[in-house]
Structures are given as structure tokens and as C-alpha cells.
Design a binder for this molecule. Structure first.
Ligand SMILES: Cc1cc2nc3c(=O)[nH]c(=O)nc-3n(C[C@H](O)[C@H](O)[C@H](O)COP(=O)(O)OP(=O)(O)OC[C@H]3O[C@@H](n4cnc5c(N)ncnc54)[C@H](O)[C@@H]3O)c2cc1C
Length: 644
């Protein structure tokens, strides 16, 4: 099958406008004859559900939490990018486009990224109109700060709680439509399968997480906005409940999974302290606006710090290595995440890491506090500093934070075309759930922008084109495909409940995460990946023999929920390893040790790998088939990425 991304022809800046004009419309009276299923009510799903209902469609929305307000989006701290150029510092739609393409190491589509930059400005207007309390300057304009990979300030923020405030805005818009009767919301429902009829997505199967009831829902189209899959690594900065199940089950029904191995490792997280942990905590990238990253210049000094013989503040200025400022004078501490992460790892590998474990570097605010005063630093980052203090019992106002990279975001996801439709007609993917516009590395503050662009400004146009084509004839909810898919879900649930071994599901998850981090994490080699593949296969076989799932279906059963998600992660993990093995180049967050420049930077291979890898499921335990979507660059010149 040839993958057609449906990117419109013509000049970059005109593609989206022309496309919008060419898309078919559904007239207002017909819109109410269509039912649209939206799975996920985080930023992408809530914005899509609200916007589609506002247009007149009937929407049925689902989330597994008890409220849309608990979606993982609420965790977003630092901000959201937009090319408003309020600062007059040289920003523009084209610059945001260019930074994003370059930041993603030239592995994303020009057309998509330009559209993202173009609608970024509308997102801010929409959110302000909803009442999102963005930070303001003394003159009243919205304030901005800087994020990695950019030399302008274009990140809009609401203290360190931007995701929460944006989600409250989207949630209000959603509630308005629930009240108007245009959105029917099902909380505590987990989508466990996709119903496909004659090759088109026509519904879903869900499990009511409180009662165990397994049900089917029919719709003219199904939109997945179910978030990312970083938790395949067990330890990540994602909410503990984030999972891949909806996307994975759709994949097994025919939707291609694109660039699964593209994972973002965030440089500034609170380091791991032991095996008792079930999640990691992010210290927002915004902190790199003022914080300076350093490690001691010598291994001896590092050893003393590790043993607690000296404190960070005892290390003299001349004995500190501000390694990002030294190696990348143009961008300094604000290099993109992949570059900052790799450099922190390098320090640790050289034996210059700090903290008890030696697996951390410092993020220091001493100079910022001297320059700006403690009050200003507190006003900008207070909640993040409090969080750090509460977790580590160390005061970041008086001593530097200890930080280390951790898994944070997945650029891979379901393959979609320019209309956000997967290769299964009628099935769409939005937000972090799709393989998105970020290429091999997402720039900070761009996920919120993409999720809201998809929900507020792209899908309301593109969905109508498909719906107008299929017509408003009601979907036959009695079609045998609904009952058949439901019975397959029941069988899967029963198989999980029958697991009566000795190991907890959590134990398997932890071991999978360890394998993924060790061999498919920040640095990967062909040898390590081959090994990981074997280990994951063994672990998966063992899971289906020796895992233990307790309780019944007809109750709130966290053990069962988790087992289903971990079973899917075990399958996804293997695909990620296959993808990483196939991509024998380094790009962005995907660093193959065999492919690096003499300076140790990621070395791409554009001749062989300038494509999107879209994987097709062909059956249980069968190798997946790779489809390549060639990436065409007409506006930017592919160069070795440099932030020096
Ligand atoms: C700690 C942290 C800080 C971040 N800070 C920033 C930032 O400052 N700026 C930025 O741009 N990005 C940031 N990000 C990334 C950003 O928060 C996410 O990429 C984004 O919020 C994802 O939104 P989403 O709507 O796609 O998915 P989510 O918010 O994850 O929502 C997923 C939804 O899908 C539902 N769901 C999932 N599976 C199922 C299923 N099977 N059945 C039913 N429902 C299901 C869930 O209930 C939920 O409603 C941060 C990420 C983390 C982890």
C-alpha cells in the first residue's frame, strides 16, 4: 500500500488555506445527523469534542478517569508556543516552522509543521477568550519565555501550570456542549477495541471500569486522542495511567503505527532514587531560562560530591563545567532536549555525575537569584521549586537542583495523513496519540500547541470532508461486526483474569521498562537492540504463563486494567525495538551509537532514512511490515543540526 499523506500542492504558506477551501462541507442541517466518537478528553480530545459539538455534530466522548480534568494534559508545566511575536524579537510563523523542522532533525512533514505554526496564533486567542489566565507583562500584553531550540521568546505560560489552565478552558467548552446535549460523556470507560466494517471505522468496544460491563458504541467516525505511550518505559514523567491500549488495539485492526521508536528523553527530571518508584517528576524546561546546568570539572571532585564530603556550594566557580554553555555558546542552556540529555549522560558516563548515585548533574539558580532577586525567581517558578523541595527535601533556592534525563514524550504514534486520518478510513488520531508533527525530537512547549491545533483548528475542517463523502445514513449498530468484536474483547479479558501465576503485573512492567531504558533509551546499538528483542519476547511469554491477575470483571479491578495495558506495552516494546533497529541512523532523540559525528553529535543519514516508518500489523507473533512515507523538503535545506 502506498501511503498518501495528502499534503496539498502549492506554496507552503498557501497549502492550508487552499486545502480548507477544497475540503467538502457538511451543511448545518445535516451535521446533526452524524455521530462522532471521541476517545480521550485531554487537551486534544476535549478541544475536538467541544469544537465538533459546537459545529452541530453529535459527539460521544470517553475517558478512563473520573473526570476529563484528570487527563494527563493537566501535568503540563512550562507553556505553549505561538508565533505571536509580541516581544518583537524576530519571531514569525516561518521561524516557528523552521525551528520545529530543524528541532525535529528533519524527520517531519513541511506542510504539517507550517500549518501548526500558522494556527498557533489562533490557539492563544481562543484560550484567552475562554479565560485562560496566561501570565502578563507590566504593560498588559501576554508574557513570553524561552524554550529549547529557539532564540526567540514565544512560549506563553500560566506559572508552572499551563496544562492545567488550558485544560480548564477546554473542559469548560466541553461542559457547555454537555449541558447543551450535544456531547454525551462517558467517564471511567476504557476503549478496548475498534469496530471496523467494510474497511471503515464504525465504532468502539468499551469496558465500564466500575461495573465491568462491556459495551459497543457506533459512530460515523472515531477520533482517538488517547495520549502518548512513554509508560512503556515504566518510569516516565507521564501520569501513571497513561497507556497505549486504544492506539495499539486500533493498530491491530489495521491502523499503521509510525516511528514507534521516537521517544523524547527530557533533560531536567528529578533523578531516580530506587526501585520503589513508580513514576518520575519533571522539572520544567522553563527553568533553563534562568538555571545553569553544570558538573564538576574533575572526577575527583565528583566523587567527593557523591560521597557527601563536600556540597555543591563548596565547588568554586573555576572548578565548575557549565558544559552546555561551553559547547553550545549560541543556545547555551537552551539547546533542544535531545542535545541537553545526551550531554548530561556524557558527564555521568565520564564519572562526573553528582548526587549519591552519581547519576545527576546540577541545575543552579544562584546567579539568577543574584541577578533577579529571590522574589522574581519565586514568582516565575515558585510551584516548581516547592515541588522539588517536597520530593527531595533540598532547598533549590540555596543549593542547586540535581537533575537527570527521563522519558517524557513519544513522537511516534498512529500514522495520519494531513487530514489527521489514519490509513483506516473514518479513524482519526489527534494530539500525542498520532505520530505528530515533531519528527525525531519535539521542541519544548510544542505538544500543547499541536494537541490544541488538532482539536480546535484542524479536525473541525478535515472531518467534514470524510463525513460528506460517506453521507449521513445511520450506522447499523446491529451489524454483526459489533457483536463479534465485543466477544473478542470478552475473551481477552477472560484470558487476563485466568492468569493465576506468582508474579505481579507491575513486576513485568518494571522489567520491561528496564529493558527499554537499557537498550532502546538514550543511546542504542544494533547489538543491544537485538538483545532487547529476545528479552522482551521471553518476558511476554512468561507474562502469559506466570503473571497473576486478581479479582473479577464485574467490579472496579485495577489489577485487570493494568494487566491489559501491560500486555499491550509488551507487544509495543518489541515493535519499538524493531523500529530502532531498522533506523540505523541517529536523529533527534534517537541516538544510534554506530552513527555519530567525530564530536559525538547525532549523525543522520538522509539518503537512506528521510522517511516516516509506518508499521503494519500482520497477525499475532508475525513480523510487522514496514511502509515508508518519503519526506519531501522543498523549503528547508537539510543540514547537520548545530546549536553551537
Ligand atoms: C510532566 C509533563 C509536563 C509537560 N509539560 C508540557 C509543556 O509545558 N508544554 C507542552 O507543550 N507539553 C508538555 N508536556 C506534554 C503534554 O502535556 C502532552 O503531550 C499533552 O498534554 C498530551 O495531550 P493529549 O490530549 O494528546 O493526551 P492526554 O492528556 O494524555 O489525554 C489522554 C486522554 O485519553 C483518555 N484515554 C486514554 N486511553 C483511553 C482508552 N483506552 N479509553 C478511553 N479513554 C482513554 C484519557 O482518559 C485522557 O482523557 C508535558 C508532559 C509531561 C509528562
Amino acid at each position: 500500500m502506498t501511503l498518501d499523506a495528502k499534503i496539498p500542492q502549492g506554496p507552503l504558506a498557501e497549502k492550508w488555506s487552499k486545502h480548507k477551501f477544497n475540503l467538502k462541507l457538511v451543511n448545518p442541517a445535516n451535521k446533526r445527523k452524524y455521530n462522532v466518537i471521541v476517545v480521550g478528553t485531554g487537551l486534544a480530545g476535549a478541544s475536538a469534542a467541544a469544537s465538533l459539538a459546537e459545529l452541530g455534530y453529535n459527539v460521544t466522548a470517553f475517558c478512563f478517569q473520573d473526570s476529563p480534568r484528570r487527563a494527563h494534559s493537566i501535568a503540563a508545566q512550562g507553556g505553549i508556543n505561538a508565533a505571536k511575536n509580541y516581544r518583537n524579537d524576530g519571531d514569525s510563523v516561518y521561524r516557528l516552522f523552521y525551528d520545529t523542522i530543524k528541532g525535529g532533525d528533519y524527520r517531519s512533514r513541511e506542510g504539517n509543521v507550517y500549518r501548526l505554526a500558522e494556527v498557533s496564533v489562533n490557539i492563544i486567542d481562543q484560550c484567552v477568550a475562554q479565560g485562560v489566565p496566561f501570565a502578563r507583562e507590566y504593560g498588559g500584553l501576554l508574557d513570553n519565555r524561552s524554550f529549547g531550540g529557539a532564540q526567540v521568546s514565544r512560549t506563553f505560560y500560566a506559572r508552572g501550570q499551563t496544562g492545567q489552565q488550558l485544560l480548564l478552558g477546554a473542559y469548560s467548552a466541553l461542559n457547555r456542549q454537555i449541558h447543551a446535549g450535544k456531547v454525551k460523556l462517558y467517564t471511567r470507560h476504557e476503549m478496548l477495541d475498534l469496530v471496523v466494517i467494510d474497511g471503515h471505522a464504525k465504532g468502539i468496544v468499551t469496558r465500564n471500569l466500575k461495573t465491568g460491563e462491556i459495551d459497543t458504541f457506533a459512530g460515523h467516525a472515531v477520533l482517538l486522542a488517547t495520549g502518548g505511550y512513554s509508560n512503556v518505559f515504566y518510569l516516565s514523567t507521564n501520569a501513571a495511567g497513561s497507556n497505549v491500549t486504544a492506539a495499539w488495539r486500533a493498530h491491530k485492526r489495521g491502523a499503521y503505527f509510525a516511528n514507534p521508536c521516537y521517544t523524547q528523553i527530557h533533560p531536567t527530571c528529578i533523578p531516580v532514587t530506587g526501585t520503589h518508584q513508580s513514576k518520575l517528576t519533571l522539572m520544567s524546561e522553563s527553568l533553563r531560562n534562568d538555571g545553569r546546568v553544570w558538573a564538576p570539572k574533575t572526577v575527583e571532585m565528583a566523587k567527593k560530591l557523591q560521597r557527601g564530603e563536600i556540597k555543591a556550594n563548596d565547588v568554586r566557580e573555576e572548578d565548575r563545567d557549565y558544559f552546555l554553555e561551553r559547547k553550545y555558546p549560541s543556545f547555551g542552556n537552551l539547546v533542544p532536549r535531545d542535545v541537553a540529555s545526551r550531554n548530561a549522560k556524557e558527564m555521568v558516563d565520564e564519572g562526573r555525575g553528582v548526587g549519591g548515585s552519581g547519576i545527576a548533574v546540577f541545575l543552579d539558580f544562584k546567579e539568577a537569584i543574584q541577578r533577579l532577586g529571590r522574589d522574581t525567581v519565586e514568582a516565575k517558578y515558585g510551584n516548581l521549586f516547592d515541588m522539588y523541595y517536597q520530593i527531595t527535601d533540598e532547598d533549590p533556592y540555596t543549593q542547586p537542583m540535581r537533575i537527570y534525563p527521563a522519558v517524557h514524550y513519544t513522537m511516534g504514534g498512529l500514522w495520519v495523513d494531513y487530514n489527521l486520518m489514519t490509513n483506516v478510513p473514518g479513524l482519526y488520531a489527534l494530539g500525542e496519540c498520532n505520530f505528530s508533527d515533531h519528527g525525531a525530537n519535539r521542541l519544548g512547549a510544542s505538544a500543547l500547541m499541536q494537541g490544541l491545533a488538532d482539536g480546535y483548528f484542524v479536525i473541525p475542517y478535515t472531518l467534514g470532508d470524510y463525513l460528506a463523502t460517506i453521507g449521513p445514513k445511520p450506522v447499523d449498530a446491529k451489524h454483526p461486526a459489533f457483536e463479534q468484536t465485543k466477544q473478542e474483547v470478552v475473551k481477552h479479558v477472560n484470558e487476563l483474569l485466568a492468569l493465576n501465576g506468582t508474579r505481579t503485573v507491575n513486576d513485568y512492567h518494571r522489567e520491561l521498562g528496564h529493558i527499554m531504558w537499557e537498550y532502546c533509551g538514550m543511546a542504542r546499538s544494533a547489538e543491544g537492540l537485538q538483545k532487547a528483542k529476545g528479552l522482551i519476547r521471553e518476558l511476554r511469554a512468561d507474562f502469559w504463563k506466570n503473571a497473576k491477575v486478581i479479582g473479577e470483571n464485574e467490579e472496579f479491578n485495577a489489577s485487570l486494567e493494568r494487566a491489559g495495558r501491560v500486555a499491550d506495552f509488551l507487544e509495543l516494546g518489541e515493535l519499538m525495538v524493531d523500529d530502532a533497529l531498522m533506523r540505523a541512523e541517529s536523529c533527534g532523540g534517537h541516538f544510534r551509537v554506530e552513527s555519530q559525528t567525530p564530536e559525538g553529535e547525532a549523525l543522520r543519514n538522509d539518503d537512506e532514512f528521510a522517511f516516516v516508518a509506518a508499521w503494519e500489523f500482520t497477525g499475532e507473533n508475525q513480523p510487522e511490515v514496514l511502509h515508508k512515507e518519503e519526506l519531501v523538503f522543498e523549503n528547508v535545506h537539510l543540514t547537520q543540526r548545530s546549536y553551537k
